[in-house]
Design a protein around this ligand. Structure first.
Ligand SMILES: Nc1nc2c(ncn2[C@@H]2O[C@H](COP(=O)(O)OP(=O)(O)OP(=O)(O)O)[C@@H](O)[C@H]2O)c(=O)[nH]1
Ligand SMILES: [Mg+2]
Length: 424
């Protein structure tokens, strides 16, 4: 889209960044970046010939704590990983090399694999599906437009007096292809108008939960088809932004109910909407209270502690978790501030700058969501939430089991087993 900021004027991520997502292998990739020779540029110059290059420094632990997933396949949208297949297949070769302690007599070009993966992924492009949930008028559409610097969500004009509020929660899904730096992303925005707008809001999480599961079911059906598509369309919700009203009091029963019910089937990121309506102290107090309430209700939001890959991941994610829920402001209007055009909300007493970390936490949310964790959101969706759904469906279906682990292991192929499930 037209007004995407060129990379050179982008501010640095405010949260610790993970390795770049574009073309980067998943944590369970058979070829994770290891030291200076591999990874990073991928096109790095070969070392002078004759210098022995140590190989195979990664062992079986690189199955990753998510346990499953196939780096390239997954980022290209047709994951289908399996831990047994992974450690039994690709994982083995890495283990073997390290125990052998072999050294290469010259450059063979293993480091070009990253570039090969990058090229392939660039060609295939990315899918990212984001859902927004929260009361009407909390700024959901505005925030998504602010996040992607384009009009990806049409703002409703609000309910006119003679207009009827929908009787149930509707689910509306729109897709856009956005491109930046030669990388295409198919962004699907799932809106949920009507959520929390009824007199009786009991069970208004149900249609949303149903929608999320329907996408898993679609994916599962495609996966078990004998003639599978080369690339299964991924409509699964990778992330659900949950908008909390800036009441300054506490969470509503509906907020707790929704997050409790859905936190095990989708990555929920709670955010405090319209943060400019609170003073700095009110905001801090409210954030603390919300955090406490989430903890007391046992709500696990993304990034879930149990899925941290390693100590580095844990320490990065701990910082993010401590700062959550981000209190954000959205706007798709630009104003001139100190000679610069900034996205903001103009008030009688000045402009609230959306991307200014002193004004609100939008930049932290954006960096976390897009610049450091987008690929991880997809992986957790595939490896944890979808996997849970898949296992449950297979159990319901008369206890069908994957084909024996020997076959899975001998093929070493992460997706080989799926055609053998008898899913209806
Ligand atoms: N003060 C303030 N107002 C905001 C913010 N974000 C959006 N608004 C305003 O709130 C109103 C509703 O914004 P929308 O983005 O349409 O809200 P929504 O949640 O998508 O609304 P529905 O689609 O009707 O559920 C508009 O007038 C926005 O300009 C914000 O961060 N702060
Ligand atoms: Mg809207």
């Amino acid at each position: 889209m037209s007004d995407i900021v060129p990379p050179e004027v982008r501010p640095k991520p405010a949260v610790p960044a993970k390795p770049p997502n574009v073309g980067a292998p998943s944590p369970s990739s058979p070829f994770p970046p290891q030291g200076p020779g591999i990874g990073g540029s991928g096109t790095s110059a070969p070392p002078p010939s004759g210098i022995p290059v140590p190989i195979g420094s990664h062992g079986p632990s690189h199955a990753g704590s998510h346990g499953v997933g196939h780096g390239l396949g997954h980022s290209a949208g047709h994951g289908g990983g399996h831990s047994a297949a992974h450690s039994g297949g690709h994982g083995q070769s890495g283990t073997h090399s390290s125990t052998g302690g072999s050294t290469l007599l010259g450059y063979i070009g293993i480091d070009t694999i990253i570039e090969q993966m990058r090229k392939k992924t660039m060609k295939t492009g990315f899918d990212f599906n984001i859902m927004v949930v929260g009361h009407s008028g909390l700024g959901k559409s505005t925030l998504v437009n602010t996040l992607f610097k384009s009009q990806v969500s049409r703002r409703s004009a609000g309910w006119a007096r003679d207009e009827k509020i929908p009787k149930t929660v509707e689910i509306k899904s729109v897709s856009h292809v956005i491109e930046e730096g030669g990388v295409k992303m198919k962004l699907t925005l799932v809106d949920t108008p009507g959520f929390g707008d009824q007199i009786n809001n009991d069970n208004c999480w149900e249609p949303i939960s149903k929608f999320i599961n329907e996408q898993y079911e679609k994916f599962l059906k495609e996966e078990v088809n004998i003639t599978r598509k080369k690339r299964i369309p991924d409509t699964r919700v990778h992330c659900c932004l949950y908008f909390i009203s800036p009441t300054g009091h506490s969470l509503r029963q509906l907020d707790i109910e929704f997050m409790k019910r859905l936190s095990h089937s989708v990555n929920i990121i709670p955010i405090i909407a319209k943060a400019d309506t609170m003073t700095t102290e009110e905001r801090q107090e409210f954030k603390q209270r919300v955090r406490k309430e989430l903890e007391m209700s046992g709500i696990e939001f993304y990034p879930q502690k149990e899925f941290d890959d390693d100590m580095e991941d844990k320490s990065d994610n701990d910082k993010i978790r401590e700062a959550m829920p981000f209190a954000v402001v959205g706007s798709d209007k630009e104003y001139q501030v100190n000679g610069k055009r900034v996205l903001g909300r103009k008030t009688a007493w000045g402009v609230v700058e959306v991307e200014n970390p002193n004004h609100c936490e939008f930049a932290q949310l954006r960096d976390f969501l897009i610049r450091s964790h987008l690929q991880d959101l997809k992986e957790v969706t595939h490896n944890i939430h979808y996997e849970t759904y898949r296992a449950k469906r297979l159990n319901e279906n008369g206890g069908l089991h994957p084909i024996s682990s020997t076959i899975t292991e001998s093929t070493g192929c992460a997706t080989a087993h799926t055609a053998d499930f008898g899913i209806p």
